[in-house]
Every structure is written in structure tokens, then in C-alpha cells.
Design a protein around this ligand. Structure first.
Ligand code: MG
Ligand code: MG
Ligand code: MG
Length: 305
């Protein structure tokens, strides 16, 4: 049987990694030949979840061969996918983002406007009568906690909360305690270089002829991260010239108080000012109550760029 590779986006987050593992297991339980792979390094938050539930990380790949069968989870934009995706055979997509692709062949596309891909995957498990074991439940729960910032993000829906509660029972964890420990594990940024830090969770985007990146780091102390502002700016400016970007926005998100400090650089840096009615000072501005790239940052930036 031909092998199908299952993977999420570049700069993988917890949803991308956990959902690709669960999706490949689900496929294999339905007698398919699926392998989950990843397109980048595992972050500390995801590693915490993998260690906790004793699951190995997927194999790293950099590109795929022409005609390779693939299943995409947690993304659909080619700019965020594996190198060579243009010539792959996309069998399925399970996602919770806006749809930005055109395929040559028909495919199975399952998307819902919920907070996390794993919420959709759990529904698929139920629909397909797949037995969800403790590890699978733990991984899906971790993904939901990560994407919804423990249910505090405006992307979180009642369905995410309900599914997470069911998964927590199967995984046998206390959601609040486990969730906070997992999120905090991801805020330990000390041993990352500035370059690594701005790429931990960065999305390449393009609209209205402008190329831009919106990156995000989670923290429990914004001031701590800002001590490295000069280094971060240098790394961002390198990225801008390397990729020919018009704008690079870095959101430093306080996961405890649900706010973000923004660093905005590039020839369109001031887009952030019109998008949020704020003034940049020292290339920075504070956005109260903003934690979601998908619902809060991206739509406003896209409209104004
Ligand atoms: Mg993701
Ligand atoms: Mg996601
Ligand atoms: Mg995210």
C-alpha cells in the first residue's frame, strides 16, 4: 500500500505536531499506511506534552518527492507547507484556518471554525468509531490547550471546551494544572538565540502584493523578553532582508494576562498603527486583550497592508 505522509505547518506548534501524530494513528487504525512527519524543530511546550504522555516525536523531513501522497493538518497554505508541496498528491486536509489553496484533484477536506485542529480530529474519531486511548487523548488535549491558550483566546469555541473536558477524562489529567504547566514550559526562552526565538512560531504571509511575517512568542513576563529587544530587532531585520519582507510583526504574548506587546519592523511597519489605532514608540506598541494571530492580528494587518 502506498505510504501517505501526515504533517502540519513549518515552525511546528503543539497542534501541528499532536494532530499529525493522532491523524496518522487514526489512518492506520483504518488500515492505511500513514506516517507522521514534522517540518521543523519541536518547541519546549510540545516537548513537555510528548514527554508527559510518553510519545516519540515524528521524523523530520525537509522536502517531498513529486507525486507523494500527503495529508495536511493544521494548515493549507503552501507558503506554510513542505518544500515540494506544489507537486504532491494531497489526499486529505484537516484544518481550522482560512482556505487559501487551489488543488488540481478532488480531496477530502474537513474544516471547522473551531480553536484547534485536534477538536476536529476528535469528532472524526467519534464519527469513525476510533477508540481514543490515553495517549491520543493527551495529545489532542495538549493541542487544544495550546491553540486556545487554556480557553482564553477569542478563537476558543464552546466545542473546544467540551471536547477538551472529554479528553481530559480519558487522559486522566486536571486540565488547569496540566495546561498551565505545559504552557509555562513553552515560555522558557532563555537558551534560544534571537534568530531562533523569532522563528519559533512564525507564519509567512502574502496579501495585496506584500510579503510579511507574523511571529509570536508566549511568555509570563513581557519585560523579560523585551530585555533582548535590540538583538531581536537585529534578527528581524536580517530576516526582512533575507526574505524580502515588507513587514515583520513579532507579538510577545503574556499568557497569564492575555495581552501582547508588538514589535513591528520593515518598510510597512506603520501598518500596525493604522490596524490598531496605536502609535509605535521605539518600534513597539502594547495591544491589550490581543492574543490571537488568527482572529486579532492577521485580519487587521491584512486589511491595512
Ligand atoms: Mg498551528
Ligand atoms: Mg492549530
Ligand atoms: Mg498558534
Amino acid at each position: 500500500m502506498e505510504k501517505v505522509l501526515v504533517f502540519g505547518h513549518k515552525n511546528p506548534d503543539t497542534d501541528t505536531i499532536c494532530s499529525s501524530i493522532v491523524m496518522s494513528q487514526m489512518e492506520n487504525k483504518m488500515n492505511q499506511n500513514a506516517e507522521c512527519v514534522r517540518l521543523g524543530e519541536i518547541n519546549k511546550e510540545t516537548q513537555y506534552a510528548l514527554d508527559y504522555f510518553k510519545v516519540e516525536k515524528p521524523r523530520l523531513i525537509e522536502k517531498i518527492e513529486e507525486g507523494q501522497h500527503v495529508i495536511l493538518v493544521d494548515h493549507n497554505e503552501f507558503a506554510q507547507s513542505v518544500d515540494g508541496i506544489e507537486n504532491a498528491k494531497i489526499d486529505k486536509i484537516i484544518d481550522h484556518h482560512r482556505i487559501e489553496l487551489k488543488t488540481t484533484d478532488p480531496l477530502f477536506y474537513f474544516a471547522e471554525p473551531v480553536g484547534c485542529t485536534s477538536t476536529i480530529l476528535y469528532e472524526l474519531c467519534v464519527m469513525n468509531n476510533i477508540d481514543v486511548d490515553k495517549k491520543m487523548a493527551g495529545l489532542m488535549l495538549s493541542a487544544i490547550i495550546s491553540d486556545t491558550l487554556l480557553f482564553k483566546s477569542p478563537t476558543c469555541t464552546p466545542k473546544d471546551v467540551k471536547v477538551a473536558e472529554e479528553l481530559a477524562k480519558i487522559a486522566d489529567v486536571d486540565v488547569q494544572n496540566y495546561g498551565l504547566d505545559m504552557l509555562k514550559a513553552g515560555t522558557d526562552l532563555d537558551d534560544f538565540s534571537a534568530e531562533e526565538l523569532i522563528n519559533l512560531d512564525a507564519k509567512n504571509l502574502e496579501s495585496n502584493g506584500s510579503k510579511y511575517v507574523i511571529a509570536q512568542v508566549n511568555t509570563v513576563n513581557i519585560e523579560d523578553v523585551l530585555k533582548r529587544q535590540a538583538d531581536l530587532e537585529q534578527a528581524i531585520n536580517n530576516e526582512i532582508s533575507k526574505k524580502g519582507l515588507d513587514l515583520f510583526v513579532l507579538a510577545i504574548t503574556d499568557i497569564l494576562n492575555s495581552n501582547s506587546e508588538i514589535i513591528s519592523l520593515g518598510n510597512k511597519a506603520k501598518v500596525v498603527e493604522s490596524a490598531f489605532g496605536k502609535t509605535l514608540e521605539n518600534n513597539r506598541t502594547f495591544l491589550e486583550g490581543v492574543v490571537s494571530r488568527k482572529k486579532q492580528l492577521l485580519p487587521m494587518i491584512e486589511k491595512n497592508i
